[in-house]
Write a protein that binds this ligand. Structure first.
Ligand code: ADP
Ligand code: MG
Length: 240
């Protein structure tokens, strides 16, 4: 589903990604862990062209994203993204937040977009919030709206960048439940997270990133119980 070859990304003379090679299979859930500043967000953002790649190749579902002829909006509509800070439109209701993408990018009419949004709201447990504005929602509810909004584009891959890091602890569970449901239904997912419970239960593979490279990867139990790389060991000893 996703193939990344020798991906480099620099901001000015700061090289943040220093040659990433990675593959994500269809229906696989890959969790990315690593210290702050190691390039996890930049890596995810390169996967849906929120960042311009400096060199290397990103392929999604057979298309080379780094090919200049690729339609960026079309690609983004296939790759859903959920951010740490939700990024909902504050002046739009929940329903409008969910339907704006399908209407603007896919040209779906309002009535149909709203009809499609209702099962998504149900799926994230917010059927009664359709007409509310984001400011009246808890962080966990906002994040579930953000997930519904991404799903409304009918993506083939979902990227999550620390989706629960900004939430009060008691709100984390509901968001993780929605993500687990997606995983069970076979969604291909890349999840930057420090939720080790989630990574163990749902993750098929864990990538440990440090200083712009993937230092170690393996199945969650191996990485958490028996990390091989000293950097992985040191990182895990600080967070577990
Ligand atoms: P992580 O998500 O692992 O914490 P990031 O990918 O956010 O790491 O950041 C990695 C490095 O890239 C940091 O040093 C950060 O300052 C730098 N960086 C990220 N985005 C930008 C940007 N838009 N402009 C300049 N530097 C950036
Ligand atoms: Mg980050």
């Amino acid at each position: 589903m996703i193939t990344v070859k020798d991906l480099h990304k620099s901001f000015g003379d700061n090289e943040v990604l220093k040659g990433i090679d990675a593959k994500v299979d269809e229906q696989e859930v890959v969790c990315v862990i690593g210290p702050s500043g190691s390039g996890k967000s930049t890596f995810l953002r390169c996967l849906n062209l929120l960042e311009e790649v400096t060199s290397g190749e990103v392929m999604i579902d057979g298309d080379v994203l780094t090919d200049p002829s690729v339609d960026i909006n079309e690609v983004r509509s296939r790759v859903g993204m959920v951010f740490q800070h939700f990024n909902l439109f504050p002046h739009m209701t929940v329903l409008e937040n969910i339907t704006i993408g399908p209407k603007k990018v896919k040209g779906i009419n309002k009535e149909e977009a709203e009809k499609n949004a209702l099962p998504l709201l149900e799926r994230v447990g917010l059927s009664d919030k359709a007409d509310q504005y984001p400011e009246s929602l808890s962080g966990g509810q906002k994040q579930r709206v953000a997930i519904a909004r991404a799903l409304a584009m009918n993506p083939t891959v979902m990227l999550f960048d620390e989706p629960t890091s900004a939430l009060d602890p008691e709100l984390v569970g509901d968001v993780l439940e929605v993500m687990k449901g997606l995983a069970r239904e076979g969604m291909t997912m890349v999840v930057v997270t420090h939720e080790m419970g989630f990574a163990r239960e749902v993750g098929d593979r864990v990538l440990f990133m440090d200083e712009g490279v993937i230092m170690e990867e393996g199945d969650p139990n191996q990485i958490f119980e028996n990390p091989q790389n000293p950097r992985t060991q040191s990182f895990l000893s600080k967070i577990l």
